[in-house]
Structure formats: structure tokens, C-alpha cells
Design a protein around this ligand. Structure first.
Ligand code: C5P
Length: 242
């Protein structure tokens, strides 16, 4: 058994000691890590350079959302860090997404490095139907998620972030050429924490997920390497290879 590149472990911590502890404990079992706002705003590019020096891939989840010119410049700069995936909010609109896609492609070509995949965030899963209505929307959340996923695909995004439940709808609507990155994963028997719409690794893959983002079930486990191995085994046993 070896690292499964569809598994992305979320480094939801805010200091480098903790990062090193997790990455060293997981060793060769995990090849891909998610760095979010908390960690990036705490330690900056240090964590990206560290992960790359360890031979790891980075999913930089900063959820960019601004005017096209600003997001394009920011995405270009982040491309220069050598990350494999970047997120932005699809709500920034098609022009913003297209500008980001172009900037990322240009920067990667200029530096002669692989182009990071651009992943769109549709509707945050923390938004429930009440909040959705309060924001003035008339269509159901699920319809809007699918609509935004299609818009993102048309504007050059490589994939979207989605709950396991949304993954199936998106996969049906957008076909096979879209990455679907899915958080809210809980292996059989794991603590649910504050996640509501959860799925096992195998169920998320069956729903059409291409990547699983997993935090606490691995990083808060008493034996984190064993927890990761269990997930990798479950992914392998599902027999699903997108
Ligand atoms: O610890 P846990 O496995 O719940 O962590 C999941 C990761 O995915 C966290 O970094 C969390 O912020 C992120 N995430 C999520 N739900 C979303 C989007 C992102 O849990 N809808």
C-alpha cells in the first residue's frame, strides 16, 4: 500500500511545530496537504516551502474573491509558490474566474512549472436554507450549487469543492471532466465532530469525488499514521478509481 494522491489531509493548525509533527508522523502515507487561511495567515509561505521540501503537494485553500484584476494578480503570485491546487469563490463571477485561469496559465508557462488546478467554491456548506433566503435568493441551494459548478466549468475552472451529497449532482450535471474536492469525510466509526452532511471515503468516491479532504479523523487520532492507513485502505478497497 502507498500514498493515494486523492487523499488531502487538512492542516488545520496555526504553527509550524504542529505542521511538522503531523507531516513527519504521516511520512510516506500522505502526499497531499491542504493549507487554509488560518495556517497561511499565521506562517505564510514558510509552510508551502516546507511541504514542498518534504516532496508534498499543496492544496492552497484561500478562497479568493475580488475583482478580476485583483484575483488574477493574486492567483499568479500563488502559482509562483508551486502549489498544485488553488481555490476561489465562483460567486466572483465568470470574468473573475476566466481572468484567474489566464493568469495562472501564463505564470506557470513563464516559470516552466505545472499549472495549478483552479477549484471553485460554490455555496459554502455553512449556509443553510434560512440564511440562503435571508440573502435574498429564490432558488433552492442545491440548484444554485449545480448552476455555479457549470458556470465554473465554462469559465475554465478545473474543479469545484462540494459536500458528498452535492458531488453526485455536480457529477451528473458536469460530466467526468471536472475535479470534485470533497470535505466532510468520516471513516466508518469516526467521530462526526461539527460536520453535518458526512460520508465515508468509499461513499464520497462513489458519489463522484476525485479528492477527499480529511482533517480531524486523521490529525486528531491517537495514532495518526494508522488513521491515515485506514482511510487509504478503505479508498483502495472501494475499487473506485476516478
Ligand atoms: O476535520 P475535518 O475533516 O472536518 O476537516 C475538513 C476540512 O475541510 C477543514 O479544513 C474544513 O475547513 C474544510 N471544509 C469543510 N466543509 C466545507 C468546506 C471546507 O469541512 N464545506
Amino acid at each position: 500500500m502507498q500514498a493515494d494522491k486523492r487523499l488531502i489531509v487538512a492542516l488545520d493548525v496555526n504553527d509550524m511545530n504542529k505542521v511538522c509533527e503531523i507531516v513527519e508522523a504521516l511520512g510516506e502515507w500522505v502526499a497531499f496537504y491542504k493549507v487554509g487561511m488560518e495556517l497561511y495567515y499565521s506562517v505564510g509561505v514558510t509552510v508551502i516551502n516546507y511541504l514542498k521540501s518534504m516532496g508534498k503537494e499543496v492544496f492552497l485553500d484561500l478562497k479568493l474573491h475580488d475583482i478580476p484584476n485583483t484575483v488574477a494578480h493574486a492567483a499568479g503570485i500563488l502559482t509562483g509558490l508551486g502549489v498544485s491546487m488553488l481555490t476561489l469563490h465562483t460567486g466572483g463571477g465568470p470574468a473573475m474566474m476566466r481572468a484567474a485561469a489566464m493568469a495562472v496559465a501564463e505564470k506557470a508557462a513563464e516559470l516552466g512549472i505545472p499549472r495549478p488546478k483552479l477549484i471553485g467554491v460554490t455555496v459554502l456548506t455553512s449556509i443553510n436554507e434560512n440564511e440562503w433566503t435571508a440573502l435574498g435568493h429564490k432558488t433552492p441551494v442545491a440548484d444554485q450549487v449545480v448552476h455555479l459548478a457549470k458556470l465554473a466549468q465554462g469559465a475554465g475552472m478545473d474543479g469545484v469543492v462540494a459536500s458528498p451529497r452535492e458531488a453526485a449532482l455536480i457529477r451528473r450535471a458536469c460530466g467526468d471532466n471536472l475535479l470534485v474536492v470533497t470535505p466532510g469525510i468520516r471513516p466508518v466509526g469516526a467521530n462526526q465532530d461539527d460536520q453535518n452532511r458526512i460520508a465515508t471515503p468509499a461513499a464520497a468516491l462513489a458519489a463522484g469525488a476525485t479528492h477527499l479532504v480529511i482533517g480531524r479523523p486523521i490529525t486528531a487520532a491517537p495514532n495518526i499514521a494508522e488513521a491515515a492507513r485506514k482511510v487509504i485502505r478503505e479508498m483502495a478497497e472501494s475499487g473506485l478509481k476516478f
